[in-house]
Design a protein around this ligand. Structure first.
Ligand code: ADP
Ligand code: MG
Length: 711
């Protein structure tokens, strides 16, 4: 970005706004607050709403409540004192059809007496209301401009007026004037980069036209469409933003396919046949279909890069295991990574018996265990003695050397974020990668974050799933929730009681969990076995507790969120969540997914304090209303916004200036299809008509993410 002033001949879209007419250092600082530093920032800072002030009406046609503009002559104007302090500026305005009163309660007296002078013709815009005396109409605080002959140049009146989000100290009118200057001075520099074909197919305006129109729409545009971001100008700008992103993703995907070589696997081998015989159930149709897709990718010579989305309880583990076994069948090592140690342990425990039966060596790698144990395990992995390795993502961070790693399964990817996903590839290996997520990522977000991957959906639950009844309780009805819980465990079921635990208040939270557990033991459920589990316990202790819970030796497991993902105990039918308002939607959905896994109907009780924020209320209601992970995820996206969605600001989520992942899903999908088509036709973007596109792509993404490393 050059700091050069805007010499008339030497303009650039990177020019700092400070040197735009009407800005200066003070306003430049204000503009920075809304992330506007350069001309280009401003051009893409679109209005979020529009006021239709294009209709200029006769005074007699004014209707209460309807925003309107009118032209009239001031026939009377005065400052009226009300009581000792207050003043009102009042004027009577007349045209050839009638009179109307206009009023200001806040005004600068010198300025107003100068501007609203008797005999002057002005143009007003505002919303008429009935005056208190019950007589005619009045307009409070109308926008006012002196009527001049070149009124077509007015930014405020007699046109569709753009409304921007501004910031304190920067008047909307000033912002609008700045925008007008920027658009007028720089519109000729805005270059087209979309391919002709696409522009013609969708009848898009050019880039420059789109920007002008989106900021200052002509009077024949429709505010109804504009407000929904469906004006052709907006649609084009949203499309191009998504299109660039999708093009980058498609380019990267294609690049990986061409340049990275993996080991093509033979699939459906002997081990798999044996494994399916050991399995106590038949695979669901969705599991079969997804496995078919996976096998298809594994047979290719380019490494698989697949995102498997399947709601909580849809049976992803078996799918993962079959993929791992396919790796082993091909003489490779295979890795299963989980986001928490507890889940890694659980996976290990459920996989081990199968491995034993199939004569496959497997090890668990976590941070616990003695140095000696760890180095022994590491040794076996390095020398290829261990075939299936289960662990947390520490596996890729801690430089475990593999003998011949052929396949990686990453479970519950949403906890990792995008950065670690990149790290997998950094080992210089090109194993097949299967990423599984149950946090239903809204489709739009998946396409944006993981658009360079193939995606499969496990969209069917194993048969016989019982419903989960979800109920909200407040502090004062907590007893009722615990009564219902007691009823269940008296019938032989088991229950989870989950307490929040966040790092910042870890010791307080842990204390609260201990208190809950103690209270259950001493007062509420003295005759039952209550056990506390949390992340601070030793691995062996945790394993013993989980094994005991699985065997039915524990009635109520009081847990911090360590049990959030993956845990599978079918006899547990109650999930009671304390301080439910402190959990995110995805977390609540995951937690609820711990029950409803067996043949008994299940219940989920959310306990919360009365002091809920509106967002908090909306979140909890979303969980109570729906069990569909995708619907919940959309709701989460709506409430929290995409930046927050994956829990971290560095989630790799590219900045969207025009597009909105909820509102513009159709344009997103359209742009994706076009991008994939284009890369298929011209993988390197070498054709002359695509060269500019490649430039822009590079320019746009080179600093934003490491998405564009390959370009
Ligand atoms: P998730 O997709 O949440 O990881 P799991 O793999 O933990 O789900 O599976 C949930 C439960 O469903 C487990 O108890 C698992 O054994 C069982 N399960 C998986 N597939 C089937 C199937 N095809 N038929 C019956 N039960 C199944
Ligand atoms: Mg799972």
């Amino acid at each position: 970005m050059g700091g050069k002033p805007t010499l008339a001949k030497n303009l650039s879209l990177d020019d700092p706004l400070q040197f735009i007419k009407g800005v200066g250092p003070k306003r430049a600082d204000l503009l920075k607050k809304i992330n506007l530093e350069t001309v280009s920032d401003a051009l893409f800072y679109l209005p979020f709403r529009y006021d239709d002030r294009s209709q200029v009406k006769k005074i007699i046609k004014l209707v209460p409540g309807e925003i309107v503009s009118f032209v009239g002559e001031v026939v009377d104007a005065a400052v009226i004192r009300v009581g000792r302090r207050r003043k009102i500026f009042e004027a009577l305005v007349q045209d050839d059809s009638g009179f109307v009163r206009v009023k200001w309660f806040q005004f600068n007296e010198t300025y107003m007496t100068e501007k609203i002078k008797v005999g002057r013709k002005l143009i007003f815009s505002g919303k008429p209301t009935h005056d208190k005396r019950g007589g005619g109409l009045e307009v409070i605080h109308p926008d006012t401009e002196i009527r001049s002959d070149e009124n077509s140049g007015s930014l405020e009146i007699g046109r569709i007026v753009p409304i921007y989000h501004s910031t304190e100290g920067l008047h909307l009118k000033s912002l609008r004037t700045i925008m007008k200057n920027v658009v007028d001075n720089y519109k000729n520099l805005i270059q087209e980069f979309l391919p002709e074909k696409i522009i013609r197919r969708y009848k898009f305006p050019t880039r420059s036209e789109a920007i002008q129109r989106a900021h200052f729409p002509p009077n024949d545009a429709s505010t109804k469409f504009l407000d929904k971001f469906q004006d052709p100008s907006q649609a084009r700008l949203i499309f191009e933003e998504f299109f660039l992103l999708q093009l980058a993703l498609a380019f990267k995907k294609r690049h990986v396919e061409i340049n990275e070589h993996g080991q093509p696997f033979k699939t459906r081998g002997e081990t798999i046949r044996k494994f399916l015989k050991l399995l106590k159930f038949d695979l669901t149709n969705a599991q079969k279909r997804v496995l078919g897709e996976i096998m298809g990718y594994l047979e290719k010579k380019e490494p698989m890069n697949l995102l498997l989305q399947g709601d909580v309880g849809s049976g992803k583990t078996v799918v993962a295991l079959i993929a791992l076994l396919t790796g082993v069948d091909n003489g490779c090592q295979a890795v299963l990574m989980a986001p928490t140690e507890l889940l890694a342990e659980q996976h290990f425990l459920s996989i081990r018996p199968f491995c034993k039966a199939l004569n496959i060596t497997t090890e668990l790698v976590t941070s616990s265990g003695t140095a000696k144990e760890k180095s022994l395990i590491r040794n076996c992995i390095e020398h290829g003695t261990t075939q299936i390795i289960v662990g947390t993502h520490a596996l890729i961070q801690k430089k475990v050397e593999f003998f011949n790693l052929g396949l990686i399964v990453v479970d519950e990817q949403h906890r990792f974020g995008v950065l670690q996903r990149e790290a997998i590839g950094k080992k210089g290996l090109t194993p097949h990668v299967l990423i599984m997520t149950a946090t239903p990522i809204p489709r739009s977000l998946a396409l944006t974050l993981y658009g360079d991957m193939n995606v499969s959906f496990l969209d069917e639950f194993p048969p016989g799933r019982m419903p989960i009844e979800t109920k909200l309780f407040y502090e004062n009805t907590r007893d009722a929730a615990y009564h219902l819980l007691e009823k269940e465990i008296k019938e032989g079921r088991q229950a989870y009681v989950v307490c929040p635990l966040i790092e910042e208040s870890e010791s307080i939270d842990l204390k609260a969990a201990i208190d809950v557990s103690d209270e259950l033991k001493s007062r509420r459920l003295p005759n039952f076995k209550i056990q506390l589990i949390h992340g601070k316990l030793k691995k062996e202790e945790r394993q013993t507790i989980m094994a005991e819970f699985k065997n039915g030796g524990i009635d109520v497991l009081v847990a911090t969120t360590v049990i959030e993902v993956g845990i599978d105990v079918p006899n547990a039918t109650v999930m009671l969540i304390e301080h439910a308002e402190r959990f995110g939607l995805a977390q609540l959905h995951q937690l609820r997914g711990r029950v409803g896994r067996g043949k008994h109907a299940s219940k989920c009780f959310l306990i919360t304090s009365h002091a809920l924020t509106d967002d908090g209320k909306a979140r909890l209601n979303a969980i109570v209303k729906s069990r569909d992970g995708f619907a919940i995820a959309e709701e989460d996206l709506r409430i929290r916004g995409p930046g927050d969605f994956t829990g971290t600001r560095q989630s790799g989520m590219p900045l969207l200036r025009a597009g909105n992942l909820l509102r513009d899903i159709k344009l997103l999908e359209l742009s994706r299809r076009e991008a994939i088509d284009l890369i298929e036709q011209d993988p390197q973007l070498e054709a002359p008509e695509h060269v500019k596109l490649k430039d822009i792509l590079h320019h746009t993404f080179v600093n934003q993410t490491n998405l564009m490393k390959v370009i």
